[in-house]
Design a protein around this ligand. Sequence first.
Ligand SMILES: [Zn+2]
Length: 92
Amino acid sequence: MGAKPTVLHMGNNGDSYLCNAEPQNWADKYLTDEFARNLPKCPECMDAYGIKHGSDMAQNMENHLENYEPAVEIVAPPIVNNVKTLRMYLNT
Ligand SMILES: [Zn+2]
């Protein structure tokens, strides 16, 4: 079970998104690099990144993402695993 992600959020120290959206539990079939690469970037995360690091850095980030150089943190399966673990913990 899990949601179909519609945007690619950017991580904020690994435990939340820059835009503060609720972390989604991605369905296993969407946990592929190829799928994540084709998602549009979350515009709110991009805005938050620009505010935090400046618009030059935000532009650099966009260039990195477009060239898919994993020099920047992209929220993908590891975050989802954390969410699952936390939910399991809370349910016990
Ligand atoms: Zn976001």
